[in-house]
Ligand binder design. Sequence first.
Ligand SMILES: Cc1ncc(COP(=O)(O)O)c(C=O)c1O
Length: 498
Amino acid sequence: MRNLKEPLVDQHPQPDWIGEALAIELATPAAGTLQRRLYAALRRWVQQGRLPGGSRLPSSRWLARQLGLGRNTVLGAIDRLVAEGFLETRHGAGTFVAELAHLASLSETLPTQPAVLSSRGERTLASCRLPDSASGAFAPGVPALELFPRVAWRRLIQRHLREAPMEWLDYQAQGGVEELREAICHYVRLSRSVDCSPRQVLVVNGAQQAFESIARLLADSGDRAWMEEPGYVGAQAALAAAELDVAPVPVDAQGLDPSRAPRDRAPRLIYVTPSHQYPCGVTLSLERRLELLALAERHAAWIIEDDYDSEFRYRAQPIASLQGLADSQRVLYVGTFSKSLYPGLRLGYLILPNSLVEPFRRVQARLYREGHYPIQAALAEFIATGHFARHVKRMREVYRRRQALLRETLAPAVARGLALSPGESGMHLLARLPPGIDEQALMKKGAQHGMTLRPLSRHYLGEPATAGLVLGYAGATDDEIRRAGALLRGWLLPLFDA
Ligand SMILES: Cc1ncc(COP(=O)(O)O)c(C=O)c1O
């Protein structure tokens, strides 16, 4: 198999591109003769590494014609660079950039200027922690990628790419491929009791884009947004990037507790994960659901219902979505294929109240542009022909087993007081640790053994109320869970002896 780290194509620029770059350079007004400027530009590019060693230059005849210069002018510049050792001529093959070993280290040591961002840019950057390298046991949120039916998926994509209508090469503005919107609508209506028609479905590049659009379109900067505390960092970042006044609202065993929200102003947006709170794993109680719906009506606020992993339920009867619970037009339901299929697909959906369909579609078509319609069509067929349901059903069994294995491995620590979240659904467990435990030290120890141990403190906007680890089990094989789980158990047990 091809090593993905190797460049797919030769890194040397096409000779024609060098001609075009030189034409742009010479078209810019500057002092000096044309020969001198040609020489200086080529020398600078070689020194900067923009023209890597081994790159072939176009012929002097071609360059002269392309640049509208006399051939002698071009030859004068090239001869000088050859004489200085920046270029070399190879008999019968042309002129090439010389391989100068010290240049690479020179360009690497050039001082880089600190980025100058706007103050909004700085604030956005501060809210965007670089995603951890999430691999191995127990990276949260990663599905069992090795079990994804790649062959069937590839066949579908190939066929849809081959058969795509010509219009799909152009810009699109339908809110997503019609068949996919229909398939999503059918699916969420049946499995999540979401109340919608295909028109209300907007296909987006993952849940993250839905959060961004919602924050941009439904709140003004400085407006209050309620965020579950602890909560999902992606949603925290989207709300902060929209310059909202994000108020963390504590989560308890019944989910987000509105009675503990700051009382000074009403929220404009309320972000919740009602089916499976991320990362605590609890379900928002019916009483709280009704309270939130009433509150949203009273304050003309919008509820963002993030239903990211509800495909994976293991015990209780499925809980209906918040969106479908009441005749409310104040809930925006967000779903994603990142967990049920794979995160790199970057496909999700937003189910909008009727009044918001046109504004959201228009903004999406203008700000983000729609595309990848053949992939969307392939996904529609993947769903319609039962591949999706089969894969989810199979993963449900695999994840149920993996969770049981993790519980079994950690059982001795649980017997001593380690508290694990309910785990009735989803792809991770939250392990609560005794107060004062150094999560960072555990995280580092894990990293030394190829494990991802995500500290709970990462999910707090304010002071963390408790210490813990978010343990993803879905993407770890049985062997990995046994091996890494045993190590983790060994590190946790002494913490409960004290
Ligand atoms: C709570 C929550 N919501 C949504 C997502 C999915 O986001 P996206 O569709 O942008 O991949 C995740 C993924 O980790 C998540 O944990």
